[in-house]
Design a protein around this ligand. Structure first.
Ligand code: S3P
Length: 174
């Protein structure tokens, strides 16, 4: 029996926003692993990347993934790179249903461009950022496709996505 729902997917695909709405509808808790990493480390994610590098960030991420995997009745939003690591995938899939959000690169760009909190996309020009989004999406697709199911969030309202998820998960989680 799966006890939690993990929302994975690229930056800017709506995991936290939809995750909060989904948790409300289910009467479940909501937790965001990036926020937990910031709490545990006492640093913003941008600072962890700039001062210690991505590897240190990924170690914090795995530690937090392990902690949240022991929860029950939670919607857990994980970072866009979390599923790349097989240990994270294994730990999360033990008792959580994993849903990955996808969106078109241009939609992702429009959602992330005004936010400087994503170190992997801090590249200055629109062309460079779009190129990086496409490159990372392509690299990560094989890991994202190991999820229980994938939803395209490009042109959907929050409530539509929540409805769709509830329809799909009913027989698996409850
Ligand atoms: C990352 C995504 C970010 C955060 C970190 C790395 C990634 O989370 O974990 O900046 O590798 O795609 P969001 O997907 O919640 O923005």
């Amino acid at each position: 029996m799966k006890r939690n729902i993990v929302l994975s997917g690229f930056m800017g695909t709506g995991k936290s926003t939809v995750g909060r709405a989904l948790a409300d509808r289910l009467g479940w808790g909501f937790i965001d692993t990036d926020e937990q990493i910031e709490k545990l480390s006492g640093m913003k994610i941008t600072k962890i990347f700039s001062e210690f590098g991505e590897d240190v960030f990924r170690r914090f991420e795995t530690l937090i993934v392990y902690n949240v995997s022991r929860l029950s009745n939670y919607v857990i939003s994980v970072g866009g790179g979390t599923l790349v690591n097989p240990v994270n995938r294994e730990v999360l899939s033990r008792n959580s249903l994993i849903i990955t959000f996808m969106a078109q690169p241009e939609v992702i760009y429009s959602r992330v461009c005004s936010n400087k909190d994503r170190p992997l996309l801090n590249l200055g020009s629109e062309d460079l950022i779009l190129e990086r989004i496409k490159e990372l999406l392509e690299k990560r697709m094989k890991y994202y496709s190991m999820s229980d199911f994938i939803l395209d969030t490009s042109f959907k309202e929050i409530f539509e996505l929540v409805d769709e998820i509830i329809d799909q998960i009913y027989n698996i989680v409850f």
